[in-house]
Design a protein around this ligand. Structure first.
Ligand SMILES: Cc1cc2nc3c(=O)[nH]c(=O)nc-3n(C[C@H](O)[C@H](O)[C@H](O)COP(=O)(O)O)c2cc1C
Ligand SMILES: CCCCC(=O)C(=O)O
Length: 365
């Protein structure tokens, strides 16, 4: 292939670089992958209203989210095991995000230590958590993150367990022995590496270790033990957004886990207005799922997002060319966002409101 010029170009490069079963784990979704497809289709249904002659000589995409100063309202979504994509793993991702003034949300299942990631980082780092049955192990991860200077916690709430993902079931997917979630103690992790026909080790592992009995009231347990800001990731309704604010959460990430949890929930960008309207600016609202172009970022901001998170494309870049590939993916998004701002006549993020959105075209499917 010629030099990649669109984020989507990196998908084919990554597929060619990775073993099929690893590609399937990164690329795949749950069920019939309807929600996975709709995350993209929903962005493509939204058309834009341009304004002209507004002086777009300088377009400023800088913003601050939970104290993190960003060059653009873009971050890397938490994803497990970046070393599946490239040996340099999360250290490369941290360098790439930092090079573009973007946020990196480190997964609880990162394959590099928080300390090593922080050493490679030049920008803000948050970390994602799953609520483990073993509270001591959960707290241990929080302490490691705090010690490394991580500045916010993102609790994922759409995964009381990891959903059935047909590709991983067919492949009996296991995490390779040399790729480890090193911020979790070995005994906690053991089952992720054990093969068993017709099962996914990740799904099995989540059933053993994640605590599905978590309720709103118990969030206080974590708040009492860490002073870091707390975001909830995986909110899709106004009701849960209101509960999150009522429980003192500092930010919300509207997400369907990249179409990897309940198949049949709406596209993330379609759920965003409901959540943003309910929250009404009380806390920042972020969104992830299907962001592949700078215009997608602009659409999300118009619908009320303070920032977007980008998942798979960062791993595509890593798989193709390590830190350089991941950095190029982020560079393309940043350049395309600046272009979308200029060509819609919105030179600042504050100018990007719903007036930039045309009435969505009717669905044709
Ligand atoms: C390979 C992979 C691993 C993921 N691991 C995690 C994780 O450890 N924790 C989490 O909260 N979300 C995880 N996610 C979900 C992402 O944070 C994010 O919601 C999703 O990938 C965004 O959609 P996109 O890939 O279409 O950009 C993972 C997604 C992928 C593709
Ligand atoms: C046990 C690791 C879970 C990673 C995850 O959230 C995903 O694959 O979507």
């Amino acid at each position: 292939m010629m030099k990649p010029v669109r984020v989507a170009d990196y998908a084919e490069l990554a597929r060619a670089a990775l073993p099929a079963r690893v590609w399937d784990y990164l690329d795949g979704g749950s069920g019939a992958e309807w929600t996975l497809r709709d995350n993209r289709a929903a962005f493509e249904r939204i058309t834009l209203r341009t304004r002209v002659l507004t002086d777009v000589a300088t377009c400023d995409s800088r913003t601050t989210v939970l104290g993190a100063a960003l060059a653009a309202p873009i971050g890397v979504a938490p994803m497990a095991y970046h070393r599946l994509a490239h040996d340099d793993g999360e250290r490369a991702t941290a360098a790439a995000a930092g090079a573009h003034g973007m946020l990196f949300v480190v997964s609880m299942f990162a394959s590099a230590s928080y300390a090593d990631i922080a050493n490679a980082a030049t920008g803000p780092l948050w970390t994602q958590l799953y609520w483990l049955r073993d509270r001591a192990a959960l707290l241990d991860v929080v302490r490691r993150a705090e010690d490394a200077g991580i500045s916010a916690l993102v609790l994922t709430v759409d995964a009381p367990r990891i959903a059935r993902r047909p590709r991983d079931l067919r492949n009996a997917f296991t995490v390779p022995a040399d790729v480890r979630a090193v911020n979790l103690d070995a005994p906690v992790m053991a089952t992720s590496h054990v093969a068993e026909d017709g099962t996914s080790a990740i799904e099995r592992h989540s059933r053993e270790r994640f605590d599905p009995s978590l309720t709103w009231a118990e969030l206080a347990w974590l708040r009492e033990r860490s002073a870091l800001p707390l975001a909830l990731k995986g909110i899709l309704t106004a009701e849960d957004a209101e509960l999150a604010v009522a429980h003192g959460v500092d930010a919300i990430v509207v997400s369907n886990h990249g179409g990897r949890q309940l198949d049949g929930v709406p596209a993330a960008v379609d759920a965003l207005p409901e959540v943003a309207d309910q929250v009404a600016g009380r806390v920042p609202v972020l969104v992830d799922g299907g962001v592949r172009t700078g215009a997608d970022v602009l659409k999300a901001v118009a619908l009320g997002a303070s920032a977007v998170l980008v998942g798979r494309p960062v791993l595509w870049g890593l798989a193709h060319a390590g830190a350089e590939g991941a950095a190029d993916v982020l560079a393309i998004l940043r350049e395309e966002l600046a272009e979308a701002m200029a060509l819609t006549g919105r030179p600042t993020l504050a100018d990007i409101d719903r007036s930039v959105l045309a009435v969505p075209r009717p669905r044709t499917r």
